[in-house]
Ligand binder design. Structure first.
Ligand code: KIV
Ligand code: ZN
Length: 516
């Protein structure tokens, strides 16, 4: 077991998180999230899987070049060409890491890899040694570790350590383990693998049984000193262990978990919002730490208690995780100076032209809405400036309807710079708007889900619409924000169409990429 009591936070939102259906991000968006992860204070950013596509390679490379405050890891299978490509991308970082993996469970060996145990041990040794030729920061993962025979797992880890791995990661790839069992696995490794205390022991838990965070904590108690996790728990299937839940568990229960970590907890909420807006994936309202209801007290007895003394029903404060306190920050009389100061507090430094655009949009919002809150500004910036490479751009929408007339909508968009205006009728304003957008773009995806929530309180609040669409097996999501929910719906739909188009143009090689 590593002697020190510092828990390294390894964020894989940009790799495992992004692998979830409908969560794809462009390079530009990934870089923006990476800057925020740096601000949040994560130790390692897993920026992608460089061999999986040219796009992934370029975005890992860009993040490695730009981010200075974190180690940058690239995922590679245990193959020489993956590792060469991975290194090509991460070498630009001041602190690069190669993360190589292969499955070790009998199930994977037999059905996926079709290799013997000895062959896999040879591959582990070959891959780790090859990676060590490039860097002394090499992580090795035993995929499906929790369904691996424990003696063979010890041997595989031993081979990786002897070959030069500096971090050993034990993934619960299919979210199958339970805390007592995972604690036993980590305990057995610590007890039986020689020299394991010379490396950092890591865990990577998936949430199929809703136990990813509990399993990660169980492993920390047995000596794990790196936890792999994602913002909002994004990830394949039921997701990965959620970063915010792990960190706040360590923070709030430091009496039982006396470990250090480098996260600035007040950046948790801004990071969660950014990831939600970039991916278009909503956070469920009852999600721990960052859900809309995480600090809401509905029951009278609770409200009474909290008003008298918040500790009665609150184990942490919203301020600790950076939730804005619904303060009015700016109004229609606020000038450029106040607006610029506010943006700087969020860490946005905009070029002069972008600043002027943002200021114009802020003024338009302040005209519609009496009070502009922190959340409004954050939504405005995230919505307007993230996807500068979008093909479709929403320009305008209007509709008419009501109890006595049939709903009709007009929508104007730019498609590749060309302006298209379309009018359509529908069963309601949203139906009419969606039909108009479909006609304008010539696209006809299936609408899988539509939801609307308000960003702040008040009847003049901005509505945030999230849509999930699918077409030919490709899923995408989009969000739109506006004081008018029909306009927000049009923005969300256009945003989802941009993502759909982008994903179709940048197909992952996931299905072609074999285990090895
Ligand atoms: O879940 C998993 O096993 C992984 C590995 C590649 C670390 O994501
Ligand atoms: Zn995973």
């Amino acid at each position: 077991m590593s002697n020190n009591n510092y828990i390294h936070i390894f964020d894989t939102t940009l790799r495992d998180g992004e692998q979830a259906p409908g969560c794809s991000m462009t390079s530009e968006e990934k870089l923006r999230v990476a800057y925020q992860l740096e601000r949040l204070g994560v130790d390692i950013i897993e920026a992608g899987f460089p061999i999986s596509s040219e796009e992934d390679f370029q975005s890992v490379k860009k993040i490695a070049q730009k981010i200075k405050g974190c180690q940058i890891a690239g995922l590679c299978r245990a193959s020489m060409k993956d590792i060469d490509r991975g290194w090509e991308a991460v070498q630009h970082s001041e602190s690069p890491r190669i993360h190589t993996f292969i499955a070790t469970s009998e199930i994977h060996l037999k059905h996926k890899l079709r290799k013997s145990r000895d062959q896999v041990l040879e591959m582990i040794s070959g891959a780790v040694k090859h990676a060590r030729n490039y860097t002394d920061n090499v992580e090795f993962s035993c995929e499906d570790a929790t369904r691996t025979d424990i003696d063979y797992l010890c041997t595989a880890v031993d081979v990786a350590v002897r070959s030069g791995a500096t971090t050993i990661n034990i993934p619960d790839t299919v979210g199958y383990t339970i805390p007592e069992e995972f604690a036993y696995i980590i305990h057995t490794l610590v007890k039986n693998v020689p020299n394991l205390d010379d490396v950092i022991l890591s865990v990577h838990c998936h949430n199929d049984l809703g136990l990813a965070v509990a399993n990660s904590h169980a492993a920390i108690s047995e000596g794990a000193r790196q936890v792999e996790c994602t913002v909002n728990g994004l990830g394949e299937r039921a997701g990965n262990a959620s970063l915010e839940e792990i960190v706040m568990g360590l923070s709030v229960r430091s009496d039982k978990k006396p470990y250090g970590f480098g996260i600035n907890t007040t950046q948790i909420y801004p990071t969660s919002r950014l990831v939600s807006q970039v991916t278009g994936v909503n956070v469920q309202p009852n999600k721990a730490i960052v859900g809309a209801n995480a600090f809401a007290h509905e029951a009278g007895i609770h409200q009474d208690g909290v008003l008298k003394e918040s500790i009665t029903y609150e184990i942490m404060t919203p301020q600790e995780v950076g939730i804005p306190s619904n303060q009015i920050v700016l109004g229609k009389h606020s000038g450029r100076h106040a607006f610029r100061d506010r943006l700087q507090e969020y860490g946005y430094v905009l070029e002069p032209e972008a600043f002027e655009n943002a200021f114009t949009k802020f003024k338009a919002l302040a005209d519609k809405k009496k009070y502009v809150f922190d959340e409004d500004i954050e939504a405005l910036i995230n919505q307007e400036f993230l996807r500068s490479s979008d093909y479709y751009e929403f320009t305008a929408a209007s509709y008419s309807g009501g109890t006595d007339s049939s709903p009709e909508a007009s929508v104007t968009i730019l498609a590749g710079g060309e302006e298209i205006s379309v009018r359509e009728t529908g069963s309601g304003p949203v139906d009419a708007i969606f039909k108009a957008v479909k006609k304008a773009t010539g696209l006809d995806p299936r609408l899988e889900n539509f939801s609307v929530s308000s960003i702040t309180g008040g009847t003049d609040a901005q509505g945030e619409v999230t849509v999930r669409i699918s077409d030919e097996g490709v899923i995408s999501q989009g969000q739109g924000v506006d004081t008018d929910i029909s306009v927000a719906s049009a923005k969300a739909f256009v945003s989802a169409l941009n993502r759909l188009r982008w994903r179709k143009e940048h197909p992952r090689r996931g299905s072609e990429l074999k285990g090895i």
